[in-house]
Ligand binder design. Structure first.
Ligand code: FAD
Length: 569
């Protein structure tokens, strides 16, 4: 008897006629082959697709926009172009973890971990590696794109752009002083090249940072947003996780100014400047911190008409006025108007565009602008963490309160980096990250050392300092002796026609130790390390005086001043 052949159960997933028609038309007309890849997902696995990072001319076609996130489902379906088939691992039909930065598959988000690090920026990566080095099982969580502020939107991209701007200024404004003439005169800007080159560099930095984490067998990297649900537990994009210790390294986000009449469409942030390929013609910059001065000078040197404003009457509160005033004057002399102590600022919106009105030195000023660059600082990124659930308290402006051990008000939770509001620079973020990572593995955490911190502003000329300022040294009870020297007294500065600079050294008159230094001048961000090493090693003026310096160099400026100070005591 002939058995009737059973028809396999066929489940049709209805596609609407429109969509079906689009697929077949696409295939036929464009010759595109589309495949479906099934990716089995275990419980607690998350797969995310990011369209942003795909190579040119490729698409992951999903029902939702560019990005999909699925958790705990049995299968996951993507439709892709045949041309890119080899990017996926065909044999096991799964995708590589963060391979090429396109797709992320998180195997088994751990239910518990020794140390949970929240944030994959500089502080977080250093914390994770330090805890792993001490033998802890570490889970590092970050929503991506991976890299953190310094690599993606901070130190590195801004310096890459500044380099073009400084060189352009050199060519346009300084060549004649050196007896050099450009025939033709004009330096053409290729903004697409400049921004693309910057993007390529930061991608390499970000890939390196990622590999450093992926290659560490003790660290599990999970893509997602973390929030606390209790003192030792929380969730990563919905999946629960508990921890023995946690380190919050979630960084900061941009803050915007509240100026009467100012419309959101007219505001640019540092993020925007780093991406812009069409430079605004007239820019008002609000803020004279490192970001305002660096990016203000970038725009100016690239040809924008820039005015920098600050409501604070003094630049560099508590620092030496001779140095601060001379520094701002040096920037002004390079064509950058900087007005400190402005009041009554408001924006008038006219048919020809916005106008910034303000009072400076008792006089009313009106400054039409195309865009306003907001550089008033950043605010801790803690809003989605639900800190109260973990018993972590914040102080003024939302910064996380920490002890000298970097413990928060929950002794099992540490914080490091910009989120602590201590000093928002990279060297502090990485150092505190490392210290927090080590402390999180100790029964009894240790107070974190307080080495001198060198910092710099990468304008031209550059500003830099290290160790204690005169005021700080006085507050700490030192009997202070200081000395200052202008770059006009320095042979190399004279022959190089770069005499715009000053150096100040602060020392203890009793034991003659060098306590701090402040300076501006060409190359100050590198130069400061000469004296920084001496400060960090506790050298005295006499120790320093016996160190030979190459002649003629900019570094000789330290020797000259130390010689003077030694004679004076
Ligand atoms: C334009 C600009 C230029 C700069 N230039 C310099 C410079 O030249 N030199 C210098 O020393 N410093 C510079 N800085 C400052 C420097 O970039 C920062 O001090 C440093 O990057 C801070 O590192 P961080 O690890 O604390 O934070 P971040 O690098 O911001 O890392 C925080 C990470 O936490 C993640 N995160 C946030 N919330 C969560 C959550 N709920 N769950 C999981 N992850 C989360 C974020 O996605 C981010 O990846 C600059 C800053 C800017 C804006």
């Amino acid at each position: 008897m002939e058995t009737q052949k059973k028809r396999p159960f066929i489940k049709k997933t209805p596609l609407s006629f429109d969509r079906w028609e689009i697929w077949t038309t696409l295939r036929r007309i464009l010759g595109i082959q589309i495949e479906t890849v099934k990716i089995p997902l275990q419980e607690n696995e998350i797969l995310s697709l990011s369209g942003e990072d795909l190579p040119e001319n490729s698409r992951i076609i999903t029902r939702k926009a560019d990005r999909m996130l699925t958790k705990g489902s049995k299968s996951f379906k993507i439709i892709r172009m045949k041309a890119f088939a080899k990017r996926f691992n065909k044999t096991n039909k799964s995708c590589n973890i963060l391979k090429n930065g396109k797709m992320t598959r998180h195997k088994n988000i751990p239910e518990n971990t020794d140390v949970l690090v929240i944030g994959g920026g500089s502080a977080g990566r250093y914390a994770a590696k330090a805890a792993a080095r001490k033998g802890a099982r570490v889970t590092l969580v970050d929503p991506g794109p991976f890299g953190g502020l310094c690599i993606l939107k901070g130190c590195m991209p801004s310096k890459a752009l500044l380099r073009s701007a400084h060189v352009r200024h050199l060519i346009v404004s300084e060549l004649p002083e050196l007896g050099l003439r450009l025939s033709g005169g004009q330096v053409d800007l290729d903004m697409n090249y400049i921004v693309d080159a910057k993007d390529r560099m930061i991608k390499e930095f970000a890939d390196d940072a990622l590999q450093g984490i992926l290659n560490n067998p003790s660290i599990t990297l999970v893509e997602g947003l973390f929030r606390f649900t209790g003192p030792h537990e929380g969730s990563i994009s919905g999946a629960p996780i508990s921890f023995r210790k946690a380190i919050i390294a979630s960084g900061t986000r941009i803050r915007l100014p509240h100026i009467k009449g100012l419309e959101a469409k007219d505001i640019m942030t540092s993020d925007d400047i780093l991406e812009t390929r069409i430079l605004p013609k007239k820019v008002v910059v609000i803020g004279t911190g490192p970001v305002g001065l660096e990016l203000g000078q970038y725009l100016h040197n690239m040809g924008s008409d820039v005015t920098i404003l600050n409501i604070n009457p003094e630049w560099g509160h508590g620092l030496d006025r001779t140095i601060s005033d001379a520094y701002l004057d040096a920037l002004r002399a390079r064509g950058l108007p900087i007005h400190m102590g402005i009041t009554n600022e408001w924006v008038e919106n006219t048919p020809l565009g916005p106008i910034m009105h303000y009072i400076h030195n008792g006089k009313e000023h009106s400054c039409p602008f195309d865009r306003l660059l907001s550089a008033i600082g950043r605010t801790p990124d803690t809003h989605i963490l639900d800190l109260p659930a973990a018993g972590v308290e914040t102080a003024e402006k939302g910064i996380i309160k920490v002890l000298s051990t970097l413990q928060t008000t929950n002794p099992d939770i540490y914080a490091a980096g910009d989120v602590t509001g201590i000093l928002p620079v990279l060297n502090v973020a990485t150092f505190h990250g490392e210290m927090a990572g080590e402390n999180a593995t100790r029964e009894q955490p240790l107070p974190v050392p307080e080495p001198p911190v060198p910092i710099a502003i990468f304008t031209d000329p550059e500003y830099a300092r290290s160790g204690l300022s005169e005021n700080e040294a006085l507050h700490k009870g030192y009997s202070v002796i200081t000395g200052k020297i202008p770059f006009t007294d320095l042979g190399k500065a004279i022959v190089y026609r770069r005499t715009d600079g000053w150096l100040k050294i602060v020392a203890d008159e009793k034991d003659r130790k060098i306590l701090g230094a402040e300076m501006f001048g060409p190359g100050a961000s590198d130069l400061i390390h000469v004296i920084h090493v001496a400060i960090a090693l506790g050298a005295t003026l006499d120790d320093y005086q016996r160190i030979l310096h190459i002649h003629p160099t900019f570094a000789e400026i330290f020797k000259y001043l130390v010689d003077d100070l030694t004679d004076a005591i």
